[in-house]
Write a protein that binds this ligand. Structure first.
Ligand code: URA
Length: 246
């Protein structure tokens, strides 16, 4: 890569420092480019130059893709005056200012969440047109019927007349509080809870277990965060998508 970029802008884009903080570090001689101490914040660098802060190399990454096992009790927002957000939980080594959650899980919903700084990617994941089904496991208050399954397949209609796209519903356990699996390709506010409520079911607990073929267990495997590279996450989410879900 040989594209030119301003040094202060480049460093600020790769971490949590603001451009003025970066300029202070440059003034105090803490930044080197290809081993030479630099004094000018507006100097141009190429993406294959080696830039170090206090001797620590900054590895250039235009985009990052983090998978998170979201716990309940935190909100899906970049910042919030009262509540802890998913962004607050990101470990130091992944922190940078431009990250945001892809789509939204409710405060009390757990499960698989992607965090990125890639807007085009986020749009592709969340757009109903992509047909990328998200899988949820819900603990509900009573068993479902064949009619419920059919109503999900036909498209649930909310009280305000909004019609949901085709969704999949199946029961996974048959005790007092059965577990059902729900697959939806949209992300309307409280969608799964509202769809089940239309069929007279109350959701007691909700967890997102997969986004397309990206599953919580296979990738995170009990870890709270995992970083995936562009090719891996795009491959799992979008390759063969239409063969699988259409
Ligand atoms: N549907 C819901 O009702 N809540 C979520 O958090 C996600 C999908």
């Amino acid at each position: 890569m040989s594209e030119l970029q301003r040094l202060d802008k480049f460093i600020a884009s790769q971490g949590t420092l603001s451009r003025s903080e970066v300029r202070k570090m440059i003034n105090s001689g803490k930044i080197t480019v290809n081993g030479e101490v630099v004094k000018k914040a507006d100097g141009k660098i190429r993406f294959d130059d080696t830039v170090c802060i206090n001797g620590q190399e900054i590895l250039y990454k235009p985009y990052i893709y983090l998978l998170m096992d979201k716990p309940s009790g935190v909100v899906c927002a970049v910042s919030d005056k009262k509540e802890k957000t998913v962004i607050d939980l990101i470990p130091e080594k992944y922190r940078r200012k431009d990250l945001f959650p892809v789509g939204r899980l409710d405060k009390d919903t757990e499960g698989l969440l992607i965090i990125t700084n890639d807007g085009d990617f986020a749009h592709k994941v969340t757009s109903p047109k992509t047909n990328l089904y998200k899988t949820y496991h819900a603990i509900i208050d009573s068993s479902i019927s064949e009619e419920d399954v059919q109503a999900f397949a036909d498209g649930i209609v909310f009280k305000d007349g909004t019609k949901c796209r085709k969704a999949f519903l199946r029961q996974l356990s048959w005790d007092n509080h059965p577990i059902v699996e729900v697959k939806v390709c949209e992300g309307m506010f409280h969608q799964v809870k509202k769809m089940l409520s239309v069929r007279g079911k109350k959701v007691l607990h909700l967890k997102r277990t997969a986004i397309g073929n990206l599953t919580l267990d296979s990738i995170l495997n009990k870890r709270k965060f995992v970083e995936m590279d562009y090719l891996a996450i795009h491959g799992i989410l979008f390759d063969n998508l239409h063969e699988i879900y259409c």
